[in-house]
Design a protein around this ligand. Structure first.
Ligand SMILES: NC(=O)c1ccc[n+]([C@@H]2O[C@H](COP(=O)([O-])OP(=O)(O)OC[C@H]3O[C@@H](n4cnc5c(N)ncnc54)[C@H](O)[C@@H]3O)[C@@H](O)[C@H]2O)c1
Length: 330
């Protein structure tokens, strides 16, 4: 590739990052994509046939020299690298802080050294924490309940401060529950949709914590990639955080029903006690997103689940048989 925008993606070998790299490579405006990833939770394999098309730098965002070289000449940085788990942050707050908060600061410093590429970064709906208002508006007070949520609040606050102090163009985006192809199950911090799909495909019964009336604003990864791609190609700037979700509200019961339909067999549900710290309801106010990205299209949940299931079915896995089960991980 030559000419066109040069984009660096931190965390580009992760679930969202690897999808984003595919999106970016398809844009005529994008000339080159560099990925920085230490493969701590991601995998180069997720980049698949895109891997030879990118400049892949294996290493940590805490490595200053690596970042300096990976951001040199970049027009935009999409900063997704993080340890993305609430329970992991509760078990080990310091490593979450290092990767997520200090890591963001390192990315911003490298952006400054690189002459000011646009910095788009992933924050999280977890910053709302104990905030009871629904839907969650960016103007509501953040009330984080975990070290992970604090690290994401630091991420977006650092972007705002670098805009104010150094004029850096930034866009902090609050992701809600993102799901879709390339989101893996089979690790202790896996999310609800891949865990359910994997269990169902293997005929295992899985668990819903509580009665399943909890609701989530499930966002297909393709919507997230569409917004970030539009932000990069259109150089969209906001010093204040923007919710990246479309204001849908799906109960876990409804998710189970839909997933059963997509898989062609109803899921078996085993109930377990509610987990401490679980948020009952999460739904974004998408007004600001729609203002900045009026053309963003929502992927219907059924369609998004079809895409996720198709990806899981294409993965090699021993002992799979088409039965259904159910479990939960917000
Ligand atoms: N998936 C969601 O529902 C969701 C919701 C809210 C926010 N987010 C945020 O979106 C971003 C991407 O999340 P994801 O779901 O794709 O997770 P992921 O774990 O698949 O991706 C994170 C990537 O960052 C890499 N990484 C971690 N620490 C690093 C470091 N120090 N240096 C370099 N690379 C490092 C990992 O190897 C991985 O490839 C994260 O910042 C996460 O906090 C995700």
């Amino acid at each position: 590739m030559s000419g066109g925008l040069r984009v660096t993606v931190t965390g580009g070998a992760g679930f969202i990052g690897s999808n984003l790299v595919s999106w970016l490579l398809r844009q005529p405006e994008v000339g080159a994509v560099t990925v920085v990833d230490d493969l701590s939770t991601g995998s180069a394999g997720l980049l698949g046939s895109d891997l030879p098309e990118v400049d892949f730098r294996q290493g940590s965002i805490l490595d200053e020299a690596l970042l300096t070289s990976a951001l040199s000449g970049a027009d935009a940085v999409v900063h997704l690298a993080a340890l993305p788990s609430v329970p992991r942050s509760v078990a080990d707050p310091l490593s979450t802080h290092h990767a997520n908060a200090t890591g963001t600061l390192q990315v911003l410093e490298a952006a400054r050294r690189a002459g000011g590429p646009l910095v788009v970064a992933a924050s999280s709906s977890s910053v709302y924490g104990a905030q009871p208002a629904l839907p969650k508006s960016e103007s509501s007070r953040a009330m984080p309940l975990s070290p992970y949520a604090v690290s994401k609040l630091a991420t977006e606050a650092y972007l705002g401060a670098y805009h104010a102090c150094y004029g850096l163009e930034v866009l902090p985006l609050r992701f809600f529950n993102v799901y879709g192809p390339r989101q893996r199950a089979g690790h202790p911090y896996a999310a609800v949709v891949p865990v359910w799909i994997d269990a169902a495909l293997q005929g295992r019964p899985v668990t819903v914590h509580g009665d399943g009336t909890q609701t989530r604003d499930l966002t297909c990864v393709d919507t997230v990639c569409e917004v970030i791609t539009a932000a990069v190609t259109g150089r969209v700037v906001s010093p204040w955080p923007v919710n990246l979700a479309l204001g849908t509200r799906t109960s876990l019961r409804e998710l189970a029903r839909l997933l059963g339909e997509v898989l062609g067999a109803p899921l078996r549900i085993a109930h377990a006690p509610v987990r401490p710290g679980d948020v009952a309801h999460s739904q974004a106010d998408p007004a600001r997103l729609r203002e900045l990205f009026p053309h963003v299209r929502a992927v219907a949940l059924r369609e998004g689940l079809h895409r996720a299931v198709a990806w899981h079915q294409a993965q090699p896995a021993a002992g799979r048989r088409p039965r259904a089960g159910l479990g939960e991980r917000p």
